[in-house]
Design a protein around this ligand. Structure first.
Ligand SMILES: Nc1nc2c(ncn2[C@@H]2O[C@H](COP(=O)(O)OP(=O)(O)O)[C@@H](O)[C@H]2O)c(=O)[nH]1
Ligand SMILES: [Mg+2]
Ligand SMILES: [Zn+2]
Length: 322
């Protein structure tokens, strides 16, 4: 039987069939070794084949993993060279950011966008906590909205607190598998609680001394969107189909593991359109003569702040020897 992985807790996976039956499934030892270099061979969002082990206890063995349409990686926090697949088969990524309490850095946003580009997942920038934005934050919001929309990203504003924009974001989730990401404290759990009141996820006040929230979620988990009315989310049995949302652990470190220095500008849409036009075809857009990207930055066709992010990511690839 075929099912979709909703949750991974180490060696067991919560898998749901199209009819809505929930199974606890695990891998056969042999499949685990099958040339897979990831620390977790199966990710939330994966489609798998399984054979029942125990019909009564609803346990099963996973016999096959279907090919992935895409997936998102990040570096394993403990082993820098190991990949950790966060989620697979994603239609879009909602990158939750805030301009206050805590403030998301532009570098963090750009790394997140680069990751989405590299894995071919369309990204939407959701600015949360707009209820606490004052003049300074509103100005920055307007500036960033212009900058990101100009290069093709959708930008929306939201306040889980007041409800502003929540319906718009809900509407964007219909019929799709969406990955919810953003660093700790931006309101991911609060947003999920707004979508699924019955879920009652723990939310955390931002700890005063660091301005960052505390990491709590460890494993990614997928939730079925309510079919309309006030239905409960989660993998609880019931038909799938209205779309799903995947909650991720506090992803402070987006994995850029598979990206080479040469590829990087291909993941900046405003640089990608200039591909092949520099004097040197291996141009990294740094000090090379005849660079159209640098010329575009000088003419303010490419935002200086984005170029700065590009240089900083390029730098980090170099220091990590990728
Ligand atoms: N003012 C304001 N606070 C919010 C909003 N959304 C979430 N918060 C607060 O931000 C803190 C962190 O939220 P949480 O959902 O735990 O963030 P997570 O770490 O991304 O899951 C909590 O104290 C929330 O109550 C919002 O739209 N406006
Ligand atoms: Mg949370
Ligand atoms: Zn160049």
């Amino acid at each position: 039987m075929t099912g979709k992985v909703y949750k991974s807790t180490g060696s067991w996976y919560v898998v749901k069939t199209a009819e809505g039956a929930v199974w606890n499934a695990r891998l056969k030892g042999i499949l685990k070794l099958d040339g897979i270099t990831s620390t977790n061979p199966i990710a939330v969002g994966d489609e798998v084949e399984m054979e029942p082990e125990n019909e009564e206890e609803k346990t099963a063995t996973i016999t096959e993993i279907h090919d992935r349409r895409n997936y998102i990686n990040r570096q394993s926090p403990s082993h820098r060279m190991q990949h950790h697949i966060v989620a697979a088969n994603i239609d879009q990524s909602l990158l939750l950011v805030t301009l206050k309490d805590p403030r998301t850095s532009q570098g963090f946003i750009d790394r997140g966008l680069v990751t989405c580009e590299a894995y071919h997942v369309p990204a939407v920038l959701v600015f949360n906590k707009v209820d606490i934005y004052r003049k300074k934050e509103e100005e920055r919001y307007a500036q960033w909205k212009d900058m990101y929309e100009a290069i093709g990203y959708r930008v929306v504003r939201m306040s889980v607190e007041t409800g502003e924009g929540v319906e718009e974001v809900k509407g964007m989730l219909q019929g799709k598998i969406s990955l919810l990401s953003g660093h700790s404290g931006v309101g991911k759990s609060s947003f999920l609680n707004a979508l699924f009141p019955a879920l009652r996820l723990k939310t955390h006040g931002v700890s005063g001394w660091s301005g960052k929230g505390i990491h709590t979620t460890t494993f990614a988990e997928m939730y079925d969107l309510p079919a309309g009315g006030p239905t409960e989310g989660s993998a609880a049995s019931g038909p799938t189909g209205k779309g799903q949302i995947i909650d991720t652990p506090g992803m402070r470190e987006f994995g850029l593991v598979d990206i080479s220095r040469q590829e990087l500008s291909g993941y900046f849409p405003e640089m990608r359109v200039l591909a092949g036009q520099c004097q040197f075809n291996n141009c990294l857009h740094m000090e090379e003569p005849g660079c159209v990207v640098k010329a575009a930055v000088q003419k303010e066709v490419i935002a200086m702040d984005r170029y700065v992010s590009y240089c900083s990511i390029l730098d980090s690839i170099e220091t990590n020897n990728y």
